[in-house]
Design a protein around this ligand. Sequence first.
Ligand code: XIL
Length: 314
Amino acid sequence: SAPLRAHAEARGKFVGAALATSPLANETAYRSIAASEFNQVTAENAMKWDATEPSRNQFNFTGADQIMAFAEQNDQQVHGHTLVWHSQTPSWVQNLGATEMREAMQNHISRVAGRYAGNPVLTSWDVVNEVFDDNGNLRTSFWYQKLGESYIADAFRYARAADPDATLCINDYNVEGVNAKSTAMYNLVKSLRAQNVPVDCVGLQSHLAIQYGFPNIRENMQRFADLGVEVRVTEIDVRMQTPRDAAKDATQATYYSDVVKACVAVSRCSGVTVWGFTDKYSWVPDTFPGQGAALIYDENYGKKPAYTAVHDAL
Ligand code: XIL
């Protein structure tokens, strides 16, 4: 039957995957599924600060350009991930004083987003990532501690200046359903837009787990859409306690299906990106001990019920 991307294209949506540079360079099966099934890709790590500017003002675009070249070859859009984050950011940045930190942020955004400005393949950026803590307060990251809340608005303004055509997103986790954190996100986006800060889009990471229940994502997407912003599912995976079994796979499949159906139902939802695609390469087992099997292909590139669920929901 037709690949996921054919169904997504027919609906005017994207279906994407986060890609890791090493299997992309080394594994034919990985490359072939990544090319044939998805019309959108995100660099799992290659566009992060530690990869692109490991030392001050010394840029390295090897991995980022590898992802871009793959997307160009395969007629895929790239979502840039991510310009400003508290994680995977070198200590040289964290150790700067306020004035130099703001300058470093502007320089980084200008060089990284600027590199792909005007390239039709690069359509969007996560400008800031995970600015909230789990209670819905602004995270007291080094950015916040040195620069205060204004770093968020500044990052968006620098990104717009660097790439005027890209869709600029704020991205976070545990903001899929209507809850305190997503309401804080909603209020921040509303307030930034009221101040003409160029926030175009909200990314719902969607790192879900079958043991925690399914969030009311459609209702939450719709309230963001009603603010006039694009919404997108940026990093979905649905983990479980390993080992897999048929019942867990079936539950997982309903989660994938319900997320894709929510995006299909909300016209301002542009698409869904899976955080990886094969259980062979997933951040989940390393991050959540005892959990895994979160993706839509198994470790041998076999399609799981979750694949069929995404396919049938598109
Ligand atoms: C993860 C990657 O998947 C891992 O390979 C890396 O070691 C750590 O980061 N939220 C994000 C992503 O925005 O960038 C994270 O990706 C997963 C959580």
